[in-house]
Ligand binder design. Structure first.
Ligand SMILES: [Zn+2]
Length: 244
């Protein structure tokens, strides 16, 4: 039997991660409005996994200088993209803003967010395919609480159940596309690996600090957010360490 080409493995696991987002819609469909605390905890859970993923990626790359420079580029790129579309100070968790323009902007930011995570999956798979699978699975888990927050916002916009489910999966399609294309490009040009890994690390940490945690402290209180984020980060780091 011929072995599965690695790029198809990357495609399969990143697509499964995107598909799992639909599970995050369930808590929102069952109630009119998601408690604000839940949104905070969902953000903290997702943010902790992202910091754990960034840490795991960092320890797999030896070229510290290129990694650091790539991280700086990742942070700058995110801020430039926000400046370009005018979303620097956008509140991503509002369930009260009814204007369609608000919904579109949140969707756009989520699409970019999922895309940067795809870069992390693709790079990790070049480092080692099993590490790439691990990172895709960790981000699959994190896609669930992120989908819960997005679903709550979309419900606030009056979007119906099935459309909410479809949209929360659709915004993660860039995660799959970038995972596969970054895997292809970095495999073909291995010298770019520390730069692209650094880009993903910078992007992941920046997204957590600016987009996820900043709002969640207000929603669920500082201590519970710190605990949820630290525990979810610790689990990712621990499992990654055990898998070696
Ligand atoms: Zn995320």
């Amino acid at each position: 039997m011929t072995p599965t080409p690695p790029i198809l493995t990357v495609l399969f696991y990143s697509a499964a991660a995107a598909g799992l987002s639909v599970a995050g819609v369930l808590p929102v469909l069952r109630r009119d409005r998601l408690p604000l605390r839940w949104m905070g905890w969902a953000n903290a859970l997702a943010g902790g996994v992202m910091i754990g993923a960034a840490y795991a990626l960092t320890v797999h790359v030896d070229e510290a200088l290129e990694l650091g420079a790539g991280a700086l580029l990742g942070i700058l790129f995110i801020h430039w993209s926000h400046m370009g579309i005018g979303t620097e100070e956008l509140d991503l968790n509002s369930v009260e803003q009814m204007e369609p323009a608000y919904g579109y902007r949140v969707m756009l930011m989520t699409v970019l967010h999922s895309g940067w995570e795809g870069v992390a999956i693709g790079t990790a798979a070049v480092v080692d395919l099993s590490f790439g699978i691990f990172l895709a699975l960790a981000l699959a888990v994190h896609n669930v609480p992120e989908a819960t927050v997005l679903a709550a916002v979309l419900r606030g916009q009056g979007v119906r159940g099935r459309s909410v489910a479809a949209l929360t999966v659709a915004v993660n399609v860039p995660q799959v596309l970038l995972a596969v294309s970054v895997y292809g490009v970095v495999s073909a040009a291995p010298a770019t690996l520390p730069w692209v890994a650094g880009f993903a690390v910078g992007a992941l940490i920046d997204l957590v600090l600016v987009e996820l945690l900043a709002q969640s402290y207000r929603q669920a209180g500082k201590i519970s957010i710190a605990v949820v984020a630290a525990v979810s980060m610790g689990i990712v780091v621990l499992v990654e360490g055990l898998l070696g």
